[in-house]
Ligand binder design. Structure first.
Ligand code: NAP
Length: 241
């Protein structure tokens, strides 16, 4: 940790965990949250990417983040995360479940079972495990806010996007259920569809596209701040950027 925690900003003093913070949308959300005064816990597998995000946060004058290099398929590690964050902070104010993979774009009959399982493990089951581990901490916050990143593909109308589409549709059902279970608590949970954003995943899905025509991750970070603020009253919604 370095530097004093900012006293101002829309997320001042709030503890925020962001998954998929090593690049792309998650890294931009982390930078923006820090600029708004949040104290960060950052998760991804790539240590170098997490460090880059942390460097940018520190360079902007915010305190350093807690970096947690973790493969979200490691369910036991997710369980332990809840316990160790409880010991360290006693609560969690904001959870951003952003990490995801595209998987293979191919006809359903050609999808390999192991690849199907990988997409479900990361895009769906890891989010349930995060909820299971971190819900008690979010409930200890005065205004726990959970945001999970979905996609327009969740409609299931895109040929060849089967595993990704199914994982995101199920993620939306998961988050709506979680929101319904928390209507009488201080926790609010929403789904964010960021639209097309200039990232590695988007380039993988649309290799021929002119990426410069797309919004950058920093351009859509405001939508996350709006759902992370204590003042946000929305819950159980799919919010499209
Ligand atoms: P990205 O640049 O590929 O970033 C994905 C992030 O997820 C990386 O930080 C990656 O970190 C992390 N991740 C992947 N597998 C992981 C694992 N097993 N354990 C831990 N972390 C893992 O993609 P992005 O475009 O920013 O995507 C972020 C979210 O937005 C995803 O949920 C995606 O489905 C959604 N989305 C994106 C778009 C778009 O146009 N970009 C549109 C709609 C929805 P490591 O590789 O370091 O682990």
């Amino acid at each position: 940790m370095s530097g004093p925690a900012p006293q101002s900003g829309r997320l001042a003093g709030r503890i925020a965990l962001v998954t998929g913070a090593s690049r792309g949308i998650g890294a931009a959300v982390a930078r923006r949250f820090a600029a708004e005064g949040a104290q960060l816990i950052l998760i991804a597998r790539t240590v170098g990417g997490l460090e880059e995000t942390d460097d940018a946060v520190r360079a902007a004058g915010a305190p350093g983040a807690l970096l947690v290099p973790l493969d979200l398929r490691e369910s036991d590690a997710i369980d332990q995360l809840g316990a160790s964050l409880f010991e360290r902070y006693g609560k969690l104010d904001i959870l951003v479940g952003n990490a995801g993979i595209l998987g293979d774009l191919s006809p359903l009959g050609h999808v390999q079972p192991a690849r199907w399982a990988e997409v479900m493990d990361i895009n769906l089951t890891a989010h349930w495990r995060l909820i299971r581990s971190l819900d008690p901490l979010l409930r200890r916050s005065e205004a726990g806010r959970a945001i999970f990143v979905s996609s327009g593909a969740a409609t299931g109308t895109h040929a060849y996007w089967g595993p990704y589409a199914v994982s995101k549709a199920a993620l939306e059902a998961l988050v709506k259920t979680y929101a319904a279970e928390n209507r009488k608590t201080n926790v609010r949970a929403n789904i964010l569809d960021p639209g097309a954003v200039r990232t590695a995943m988007r380039a993988q899905a649309f290799p021929g596209e002119d990426a410069n025509a797309l919004p950058a991750p920093d351009d859509i970070a405001e939508a996350f701040v709006a759902l992370a603020e204590a003042a946000c009253t929305r819950t159980g919604e799919v919010v499209r950027v």
